[in-house]
Design a protein around this ligand. Structure first.
Ligand SMILES: [Mg+2]
Length: 474
């Protein structure tokens, strides 16, 4: 009652005095009756330059999109900067090792649009994404739209997704393969567990066996451990889908791998969840044999044993082994996740938010999985900008398990952004409460990671004009 009466009470003498000061002092130079010409406009802009613009989200418009392409974070990460007519800046990130052009070709579709209409804009641009890195532009822009919407309405992104289930996000630290399992266990302990991480992922695969006699069948035609450019050309091992290499692991090879995993498990201890990835390219039968060989070491999941689109083969593997199966880091949009979940083909899903459709689409994917009792871990291999998009989505999605972290060993990684630090404390990332994603690019530090072939947010006028009829139906 008191508040309602306050609204109608007359101003006090002091308040009248303050209003007179504003009118005569600040606006004294203006002739309020004159036409609203350019000079007056400039004067008004000067007077109101410190007025917070969060209050005008309905008039917010995108005016520019630019890119700075970072490297070594640990991979290549094009950072997206979306500018607006109200001075608000939104940050996004194209997926690791994807072309910045995936984002830039969206510019002509977004100029002049209100970034707060995130889902409307997403539906307009999602036709320009596809599985894997081709999704990078759509998803990176979507992150930046949420950042802007959050800043415009002065709320953190997780709040716009329906609020949060948790205040901190469990991170899982990826660790590339090391030939000697004892050294691998030592590294996991010293650089992961001793820093507080409570969830690990190790890589091990047939690369360990390639130079050892009697461990692989059919591998002699492939240059398995070849690192040169040819390894990525069509017809190379890298570009040949798993069932088509006809590589098989022998009993001796399986014994070697089981012993390798056993030594690492012994070094890490039985209490820490430890997932595994990057096994190599072999068929579904060998995948099942491998799964059975490492069963007793209780791995948290076996990842990407075959390509994600072989739904029937995934079901075959999941039905045959007891260790949880998982895939999804290259899937674009919810439909293919729905297919895997409906077929009961995997035990867990693993979207990369920078490929799966951005923040809201990934929450939808998580929610669908949750309704079917399927947990969601999240793949991530970018800078702290993209990490924060993941953190907000993970906070707002009930069945979230753990978010990948590839930057643990990169010096200065967290300093790429300004925010409350550290970003990760004892293996958990506190969910930011600042508006939007909750971090800003730290230009001074980020510039040190700028790729030599990239310019720092250079003009992108060549992408201003739309030159295509976009409707994808008739
Ligand atoms: Mg993976």
């Amino acid at each position: 009652m008191k508040n309602i009466l306050d609204r109608f009470k007359l101003p006090t003498a002091a308040e009248n005095k303050r209003r007179d000061f504003l009118k005569n002092g600040l606006l004294g130079g203006l002739s309020l009756g004159m036409a609203f010409d350019g000079n007056v406009q400039k004067e008004m802009e000067f007077i109101t330059q410190k007025v917070k613009r969060e209050s005008k989200p309905s008039e917010l418009k995108i005016t520019d999109i630019r890119i700075a392409h970072l490297g070594g974070v640990p991979f290549n990460s094009p950072i997206i900067k979306i500018e607006t007519n109200q001075g608000l800046v939104g940050w996004g990130e194209v997926r690791d090792n994807a072309s910045p052009n995936y984002a830039l070709m969206l510019k002509s579709r977004l100029l002049g649009q209100n970034p707060c209409n995130v889902e409307k804009l997403f539906k307009e641009i999602k036709q320009f994404g596809n599985h894997g890195r081709a999704a990078g532009g759509v998803c990176g822009v979507e992150m930046a739209l949420w950042d802007l919407a959050g800043k415009a309405y002065n709320v953190p992104v997780y709040q716009m997704l329906g609020g949060k289930f948790r205040d901190e996000i469990r991170m899982y630290a990826d660790t590339p393969e090391i030939d000697d399992p004892n050294n691998f266990a030592k590294k996991l302990k010293e650089t992961r567990l001793d820093k507080g991480y409570t969830f690990l992922k190790m890589d091990f695969g047939i690369g360990l066996l390639a130079d050892k006699p009697g461990m692989l069948t059919g591998a002699n035609v492939w240059k398995l451990n070849q690192k040169d450019k040819k390894a990525k050309t069509v017809g190379s091992y890298n570009m040949t889908k798993h069932p088509f290499t006809r590589i098989q692991i022998t009993d001796k090879g399986l014994e070697y791998i089981a012993d390798y995993v056993g030594k690492i498990r012994a070094g890490v201890g039985p209490d820490i969840p430890m997932a595994a990835d990057h096994f190599g390219h072999f068929d579904v039968n060998t995948a099942i044999r491998l799964g059975k060989a490492v069963e007793k070491y209780q791995l948290a999941w076996l990842e990407d044993l075959v390509p994600w689109f072989y739904t029937d083969q995934w079901k075959q593997i999941s039905d045959a082994i007891e260790t949880p199966t998982l895939t999804g880091e290259d899937i674009y949009l919810k439909e293919e996740f729905i297919k895997l979940i409906d077929a009961k083909a995997v035990d867990m899903i693993h979207p990369d938010l920078a490929s799966s459709g951005g923040i809201l689409e990934t929450k939808k994917i998580g929610d669908y999985a949750e309704e079917h009792g399927i947990p969601m871990a999240m793949h991530f291999a970018g800078s702290p900008i993209s990490m924060m998009a993941n953190v907000h989505c993970a906070a707002a999605t009930e069945n979230f398990v753990a978010l990948e972290h590839h930057g643990v060993d990169v010096a200065g990684w967290e300093d790429i952004v300004t925010s409350d630090k550290p970003l990760v404390i004892n293996g958990f990332a506190p969910v930011p409460t600042k508006p939007g994603l909750g971090v800003e690019l730290n230009e001074e530090v980020a510039k040190k990671f700028l790729r030599k072939d990239s310019q720092w947010f250079a003009p992108t006028d060549q992408w201003n004009t739309k030159d295509s009829w976009d409707r994808d139906w008739s």
